[in-house]
Design a protein around this ligand. Structure first.
Ligand SMILES: [Fe+2]
Length: 282
């Protein structure tokens, strides 16, 4: 008998379980190996992250059989367990955004700027129809290559922190900085650089994601810049959003846009190279 462990699983879009909105239900769990066990799903709701205690198996079928649970890309058990009440559908509000990006938001010293970043994110979720954190954590950060499990939230954090590290490295190494790096601007721009993707990417109704009509009208650097300007972000932060990708090639940019562009491609290029067999992994 394997040890019972707590795993964090996502209920597929198509799945439904009778009584799933009860605070706690018992479900029959059928490991792929064929042995029957029982698990307990807690705080369940359709199309959202559930908590289940069960024997460790990679693929599970629930009863009824059309309900499928699958593991999320990374075990976030502790995090999930602390915030079920804020994870209801339709609840990606400013508080939820604050919990997702709290560490990076905390680096923005100007409270007014920080509030506008949060407001922009919440508005993007609202306009893009993103209603649960679980959906955001399933959302690929790009449609241009297989993200290999890296989601939109993880990407946003990695790019923001990566750009900040690039900035800090220069500030610490140079006896005299040839240009000033504004870390409020950098963190605000980093968090928002891909906010337009919440309008550009949408679920395809088959468990995957596709480019939305809005995304066909305008790519995310443009839609994100418009959204940020609408929420009162200043022109320097808007410059980061609109210039961080190919839209910025050959255009005047603040230095923080350069850092975020480089951090962005430092997360993207290895994925492309890996899938082309060009990434050496000794
Ligand atoms: Fe990005």
């Amino acid at each position: 008998m394997k040890a019972i462990e707590r795993k964090n699983l996502v209920l597929d879009d198509s799945a439904s379980i009778d009584g799933c909105c009860e605070p706690e239900i018992n479900v029959a769990v059928v490991p792929s190996g064929g042995t029957y066990d029982f698990g307990t799903v807690t705080a369940g709701e359709p199309d959202s992250t559930l908590f289940v205690e069960l024997q460790a198996v990679p693929t599970l079928n629930l009863s009824p059989p059309n309900a499928i649970l699958r593991p999320v890309s990374r075990d976030r058990t502790g995090l999930e367990a602390r915030r079920p009440s804020s994870r209801r559908r339709g609840m990606i509000d400013e508080k939820v955004i604050g919990s997702l990006f709290g560490k990076q938001l905390g680096k923005i010293q100007d409270a007014g700027l920080r509030d506008k970043v949060v407001k922009t994110f919440a508005l993007a979720c609202q306009r893009g129809g993103w209603t649960s954190v679980a959906d955001l954590e399933r959302m690929p950060f790009t449609l241009l290559t297989d993200p290999l499990g890296v989601n939109f939230v993880e990407h946003t954090i990695a790019v923001t922190e990566g750009a900040a590290a690039l900035g800090r490295a220069q500030a610490e190494a140079y006896a005299k900085m040839p240009y000033a790096i504004d870390f409020d601007r950098l963190y605000a721009g980093g968090l928002l650089h891909d906010v337009g993707k919440l309008l550009e990417i949408e679920p395809d109704g088959k468990g995957g994601f596709r480019k939305s009509l809005e995304g066909q009208y305008a790519r995310h650097p443009v839609s994100g810049a418009i959204l940020a300007a609408e929420c009162g972000l200043p022109g320097d932060v808007v410059n980061i959003i609109v210039c961080h990708a190919k839209e910025g090639e050959g255009r005047p940019q603040v230095v923080e846009a350069v850092l975020i562009h480089q951090a962005d491609f430092a997360t993207f290029d290895p994925l492309v190279m890996k899938q082309k067999g060009m990434l050496i992994e000794p």
